[in-house]
Write a protein that binds this ligand. Sequence first.
Ligand code: NAD
Length: 334
Amino acid sequence: MNSCNNAPVDTPNVSIISEAICEQIVGRAEAFTAVEDVFAAMSRGDAYNFPVVREAIGHADALYGFKSGFDRAGMVLGVKSGGYWPGNVKKNLTNHQSTVILFDPDTGRLKSLVGGNYLTAVRTAASSAVSIAHLARSDAKVLGMVGAGHQSTFQLRAAVEQREFEKVIAWNPHPEYLPRLANVCEELGLPFQAVEREQLGAESDVIITITSAFEALLMKEWIKPGCHIACMGTDTIGKQEVDPTLLAEANVFTDEIAQSISIGEAQHAIKSGLIKETDITPIGQVINGDHAGRQNDQEITLFDGTGVGLQDLAVASVAADLAEKQNLAQQISL
Ligand code: NAD
């Protein structure tokens, strides 16, 4: 008998989950749990990010790459592929474009294709929200936002669910974007005020930075004791949002140390010898109860949220599971 006749029939169903379906079914609560769980799994050594590839493709000024990983605890294997196309705005498209591809970890077969644009925003917001939940003072009342771009409203909405904030203050290098944040605050019934950076530092109990800055926007001496700062914008070599001496003063946490010291906010404090790699704690240790987190009410805590592929895979897996359960996934056979 020809061995081909004994070959297994290989016609797997592949589910396709569109951007619109992701927005419909993955909320902030689902993203928070998925991201918190995967940070915990990373810290236990149950989940690994593989080396990131990010290249200028020499066309359309685009940066293209992939972030990949395996979560043995959640049994999620896959890759997020995409990047940044600066000319997209003129075509009425988002500059950041990505798609998540999930594979069956037992067989390697393609399982799902999931739109990654909305999920990137919701998982990034979940990351800072997890840091606020575990590290901010429980009596935090004033939220300071630095940045008012695409990600900022996702960050704001997720953050205000973590503490009983009474006021939001904000600064952005392009003040014309600030109404974005003001509108969300109005919708949420929270007072909003545009302020100068020094005032933002003096008043905020929690600060989120989410800009594309390449220089320190916040100085150490402006920051109120006891503040928690989530630095979310720095995800590439050269980007920077805060004074590196702030990291020397603060209790520093991150999603992944390897990224924090190379492409995250900590790259500058590390390069100038202000802190060592061992001064940075993976937030998963706090989630797992292996590290106490904040030591006292006066300490400044800083979360360097660099954005890891496993976050993308975690929320994409939630999207795929929910879409399949609710019959919202398009199924094709390959
Ligand atoms: P966006 O282009 O919509 O907004 C950019 C923001 O940065 C705006 O507030 C803008 O006013 C400000 N800005 C632009 N140029 C600046 C400069 N030279 N100096 C200071 N501020 C400047 O971008 P976005 O989608 O909101 O993303 C914001 C940042 O977050 C980017 O750096 C992006 O790469 C990063 N990001 C990080 C993660 C993560 O997981 N950590 C995920 C997604 C995006």
